[in-house]
Ligand binder design. Sequence first.
Ligand code: C2E
Ligand code: CA
Ligand code: CA
Ligand code: CA
Length: 278
Amino acid sequence: EAKRNRHHVSIYRAGMDRFTPERLALHGELAQAIREDGLALVYQPKVNVHDGKLAGCEALLRWQHPERGMISPVEFIPMAENSELIRPLTAWVIDHALAQVRLWLDAGLNIPVAVNISARNLLDADLVGLVVDSLRRHNVPPALLELEVTESALLEDPETALSRLTRLHGLGIRMAIDDFGTGYSSLAYLKRLPVQVLKIDRTFIAPLVTSQPDALIVQSTIGLAHSFGLQVVAEGVEDGAILDVLRSMGCDLAQGYHIARPQPPAAFEAWSREHRSA
Ligand code: C2E
Ligand code: CA
Ligand code: CA
Ligand code: CA
């Protein structure tokens, strides 16, 4: 236990403000939740903008804390990223998402899943092996896995990021840039990366109908992304008017509360059966 604590101190040295007894307790509890399956995944559909059919889903993490109730990933992902916990956490997410895809396959549903990975994961030499191992164990085709990485994760160490993306894509996994538009990378830079999907951040999508500048940004992002052969996903679609504009702009896929909220597996599966293509 003493050894553990010493380790925690070194973890938080970079940001001592985070080194509070409450934070340490939460950190320990998250480690326990990963070990003892105190976490859960919910699934949010992505649909084809043109026919509304299911195109895939995003796995989103939830932590049902025994005393504090539901804790948002916004709350504990940064804490995990500031420690070694992001590794087992991401391993848990990938493994559970692929186990779910296998269950769906066995139930006759072919649903690609997207998993969020952090900058730290991308720089981790173990990531590729971990993904390969999990795909094999669950006997899931690599094409059914997509990894979402934010722009900023790529800029932290561009060379390592590029080599990881290249290896992952080489396995047949699809790579997506998440929250596009919030960082400083240009499409010209992304064009050089083995990335197939661009997710436009919801801060541009929400004001799409009312703000001409945002509409122009989204329209030109879609156009340029398409000219580079990328598939475009709009996130945070909260009403039908936004969906109509996205359709007229030629956006490919949409995700958001207007279509469906993130749901536990059983509810998601029922939704999927009603919205499956063909
Ligand atoms: P994200 O990757 O950008 O995920 C989209 C977030 O937007 C999710 O929040 C989702 O529930 C929410 N969302 C979906 N549709 C709408 C909408 O129409 N309106 C609004 N206002 N929000 C919508 P959530 O699940 O709370 O996740 C927040 C963030 O936490 C994610 O943002 C992602 O950065 C991170 N995260 C979630 N799960 C994981 C995970 O397994 N691993 C890692 N590394 N990060 C995760
Ligand atoms: Ca995401
Ligand atoms: Ca996003
Ligand atoms: Ca986000």
